[in-house]
Design a protein around this ligand. Structure first.
Ligand code: BV8
Ligand code: ZN
Length: 244
């Protein structure tokens, strides 16, 4: 029993994750909450009196590059001290147990990789990526970067290697997500408020294809009513029950 979730529901969802079914999992910030990473829209907010949506934007970076970089450097330092939690580890275990498995994460904290997930896509990029605002220079960089770094190739400003609001997703990433979700037998949405597009509409792609849809979240979201199962509680407690 997890919280007030009916054991029978847990067992039914667990049974779906066996055999040769194609499973796609979408995760959001709620999966990292138990690692101490602040969510976007939760009570703890993300940073002082700013909303992430006001800083995670190209126009904010163009107007105040140092301020936006401070926001990302602060998050890099915060996340560097966080550890994957049982939710991340359960998803890495699922990947080993289920032959046809793909994890699509909205998160940029890199905790799924650190937990051992490999069959995955970071659809919004990563805090640990930096790329040039002008040339094609891009790199993974785990070092302390207190100042906004310059490009070692062309000297222009670097930027965080994430997808900002108002920016398109990397075409290949979106194509892979749509392809794989369109073939899924089971679609799990875990730890996301389903407020950000296109991720918030992925469940519909799965449903249209006849997949069974499952929401695992601390609280209901706008998609809850459309899902076949809704398991509300901490991902760090529910996912290990499904991966056991
Ligand atoms: C796009 C990287 C099109 C940055 C992120 C005007 C112009 C253009 C586009 C738009 C527009 N108006 C709206 C849009 C679409 C826009 C959008 O959706 N806006 C929203 C705010 C309305 N989307 C975009 O702009 C996307 N691009 O549409 O491109 C296009 C095409 C061509 C040309 C130009 C444009 C790009 C969106 C990507 C934005 N970048 N991140 C950064 O991180 O700094 S999104 C950001 O939000 C994070 O990645 C985060 O993951 C994501 C979603 O949030 P959640 O993960 O759901 O987190 P949240 O806090 O909301 O919820 C957490 C949940 O967990 C809660 O429900 C909570 O209850 C639960 N929870 C908490 N603890 C637990 C738990 N659950 C389980 N266990 C727990 N312990
Ligand atoms: Zn450059």
């Amino acid at each position: 029993m997890v919280g007030n979730i009916v054991q029978a529901e847990l067992e039914m969802v667990k049974a779906l994750l066996s055999g040769d079914r194609r499973v796609v999992v979408l995760t959001g910030a709620g999966v990292s909450a138990e690692s101490g990473v602040p969510t976007f829209r939760g009570r703890d907010g993300l940073w002082k009196h700013y909303r992430a949506e006001d800083l995670a934007r190209p126009d904010a970076f163009a107007a105040h590059p140092e301020l936006v970089w401070e926001f990302y450097n602060w998050r890099r330092r915060l996340v560097a001290d966080c550890r994957p939690n049982p939710a991340h580890r359960a998803l890495a275990a699922m990947e080993r147990q289920i032959r046809n498995f793909l994890l699509i994460t909205q998160n940029v904290d890199g905790l799924h990789v650190r937990a051992g997930s490999r069959k995955m896509v970071e659809m919004h990029g990563s805090l640990w990526q930096v790329r040039c605002t002008v040339c094609t220079h891009a790199r993974e960089d785990f070092s302390e970067l207190p100042e906004l770094p310059d490009c070692p190739v062309c000297g222009h400003l670097l930027r965080p290697g994430v997808v900002w609001f108002g920016e398109p997703l990397t075409p290949g990433v979106l194509k892979l997500a749509i392809e794989q979700i369109g073939k899924a037998d089971v679609f799990l949405s875990v730890g996301t408020s389903n407020m950000v597009q296109p991720a918030a509409s992925f469940y519909q792609l799965a449903k249209d294809h006849g997949a069974v849809t499952v929401e695992i979240n601390a609280e209901p979201t706008p998609n809850t009513g459309f899902m076949d199962f809704a398991l509300h509680g901490p991902a760090g407690e529910i996912l290990p029950e499904l991966a056991a």
